[in-house]
Design a protein around this ligand. Structure first.
Ligand SMILES: [Zn+2]
Length: 199
């Protein structure tokens, strides 16, 4: 799947997750006083979900994320190949470790800028960790719907996907990708809209 699609799927799924479990704290709508802390949490949450949604394609030098990393991506792609390590459970483990490091960094930077409350919130709830991991999982799940599938148990080369029959899945960059991604977004949009109207 293209980076753009991954970003859209990750972020819309992130909206759903946040509206169900309120990871970032109180919802913005219906809250009396919106504090800077809540806003910072939300910005960080969505940035990190977006980052996680692009992260597994670190092994593709031509991807959105791979472009930014240049030789690092080329090296990973050269050593392991595209859609291998970072599209597996082992890759999720590595992603989790990276997310934990990133969480420390974000907490430190916020603290430095005097934003102590969001910093405390992030280290207490592991907001960054869950957001990055969730983004990665959504990426692998979305790639699982393409013809190639994903090697979940890499280094074992068996590829998994949904639906199980690869002929029912779609090819990256073809029209079904856009139809699926956009219908998903529209459904989420309608869901959010109606839930606001009902409230
Ligand atoms: Zn991918």
């Amino acid at each position: 799947m293209e980076g753009r699609s991954h970003l859209l799927v990750g972020l819309t799924a992130g909206v759903v997750l946040d509206s169900v479990v309120h990871l970032t704290g109180d919802p913005l709508l219906g809250v009396k006083g919106i504090t800077i802390g809540v806003l910072v949490n939300k910005v960080i949450y969505y940035t990190m979900v977006g980052f996680g949604a692009l992260l597994p394609d670190i092994d593709n030098a031509r991807s959105t994320f791979g472009h930014k990393l240049g030789w690092i991506s080329k090296e990973i792609q050269h050593l392991a190949g595209h859609r291998t390590l970072f599209h597996s459970l082992l890759g999720l483990l590595i992603g989790s470790l990276m997310a934990l490091g990133l969480e420390q960094l974000v907490t430190y930077l916020l603290d430095q800028r005097g934003l102590t409350l969001p910093a405390q919130f992030i280290s207490a709830t592991h907001l960054v960790f869950f957001a990055v991991l969730f983004g990665c999982i959504m990426h692998i799940a979305a790639d699982g719907m393409t013809e190639g599938g994903v090697p979940l148990l890499w280094p074992n080369h068996k590829r998994f996907g949904f639906p199980p029959n690869p002929h029912w899945r779609f090819c990256t960059g073809t029209w079904p990708e856009f139809v699926i991604v956009w219908s998903f977004m529209i459904l989420v949009g309608v869901g959010i809209y109606t839930s606001i109207i009902v409230i």
